[in-house]
Write a protein that binds this ligand. Structure first.
Ligand SMILES: *Cc1c(COP(=O)(O)O)cnc(C)c1O
Length: 385
């Protein structure tokens, strides 16, 4: 038997990943536990999970699904896609479900990116886009933002002949800002028609602004726009891994060819249906979020301004999602990193932002009233002396 030499690494005997894979910075999830001893409860405000948990109806459906663990799930995900189309008035044939919207973002990259292509995303946009693109041998071009807002002109300037996909999260994680429907439309109008515009609307259910659209309108009328949604945030089903997308029939067809045939478990399908049926829970969660977010922003913005050496206390701008982004002073003892450690020592987990090019910031999810009050009082102790 003759063994053909590996053209990539002729002299090395060990397996080597494709070029570019080792350049990927692995995704760091928000901290979920605290090492060592901990007195009192732990509040996890690091992953933008639902403050109210999941709907009791969804939990009941999940328990019921446990009696069918031995059976493969419905490969076409028909009932769940029908439910989504009922709730949002969409054509079910133009919906695809994924194991989290993450999977759909990855499928898009696998389908449309090759070696040497690139994607464009905003400077402080969601990190998963870049990871998914790099895993396909493509590059990431970061468009600068304007005052922590997606900048349509900057994105358009980054687009070149090798750009295949443009990703924006709207509202964006981790900035919490959004751009209006007319801005998204302007972005689309100025993109070449062979580029796919991906509108990630993971936080759509939290925003109530009249000039906002999740992307449905743009997807209805165009062949190169797709909108992704998730059950991980307001629906409170992060553990299940369930998301969906609405797109042109041609793109949905492409994605269906490369997805795993059983990518959505039966439990996820049934629980998703029950969760969507309980829209009252979604309204309640939205109201809770708005009330608590207003309190958090009001209490934190400007906190410590008198004590800070540089005259700058905490800065917390408006947010349209279920988290806030807070800027900390570069003052010894009070930096973002030191505050994160201090909060953690006192049982509150928040998200550090250096991976997002925002080292002076912490992202804090809106939690239960109890969790939010705990966070506020800890920051009061530190900054309002
Ligand atoms: C949380 C989040 C998602 C959701 O990911 P899932 O895979 O559906 O859990 C997608 N996009 C953004 C911007 C997010 O913050």
């Amino acid at each position: 038997m003759t063994i053909k030499p590996n053209p990539h690494q002729p002299s090395k005997p060990l397996p080597v990943a494709r070029p570019g894979i080792m350049d990927i910075e692995p995704y760091k999830a928000g901290k979920a536990k605290i090492e060592g001893q901990q007195k009192g409860p732990i509040y996890k405000l690091s992953s933008n999970e639902s403050a109210l948990g999941a709907s009791p109806k969804a939990i009941a459906a999940y328990v019921e699904a446990s009696f069918r663990l031995h059976l493969y799930p419905d490969s076409s995900v028909s009932a769940l896609r029908q439910k989504i189309s009922d709730i949002h008035a969409l054509d079910p044939e133009r919906i695809i479900c994924g194991a989290g919207s993450d999977e759909i973002l990855q499928l898009l990259c696998r389908a449309y990116l090759g070696e040497g292509d690139n994607i464009v995303q905003s400077r402080h946009g969601f990190l998963i886009y870049g990871i998914a693109a790099q895993s396909c041998g493509a590059h990431v071009k970061f468009a600068p933002e304007k005052n922590l807002h997606t900048d349509v002109d900057a994105i358009l300037e980054c687009v070149d002949e090798r750009t295949r996909l443009v990703f924006i999260a709207n509202p964006n994680n981790p900035t919490g800002t959004y751009i209006s429907h007319s801005e998204v439309t302007r972005l689309h109008e100025n993109l070449p028609k062979d580029i796919v515009l991906v509108l990630d609307a993971a936080y759509a259910e939290y925003i109530n602004e009249s000039d906002y659209d999740s992307g449905i309108k743009l997807v209805q009328d165009n062949h190169n726009v797709i909108m992704t949604r998730t059950f991980s945030k307001i629906y409170g089903l992060g553990s299940l891994r369930l998301g969906w997308a609405f797109g042109p029939a041609t793109i949905i067809d492409v994605l269906n060819r490369i997805r795993g045939p059983f990518n959505i478990s039966h439990a996820a399908q049934q629980t998703g249906i029950a969760a969507m049926d309980d829209q009252e829970f979604i309204t309640q969660n939205n109201t809770h979020n708005k009330t608590e977010r207003d309190i958090m922003i009001q209490r934190l913005n400007g906190m410590g301004i008198n004590g800070a050496a540089d005259g700058e206390g905490l800065v917390c701008q408006n947010s349209f999602a279920n988290f806030i982004l807070v800027k900390f002073p570069r003052q010894k003892g009070n930096t973002a990193q030191e505050v994160q450690t201090y909060l953690q020592e006192n049982g509150v987990l928040v998200r550090e932002m250096s991976g997002y090019h925002l080292p002076d910031y912490l992202r804090i999810s809106i939690g239960s009233r109890e969790a939010n009050q705990k966070l506020i009082s800890l920051l009061c102790e530190k900054f309002e002396t």
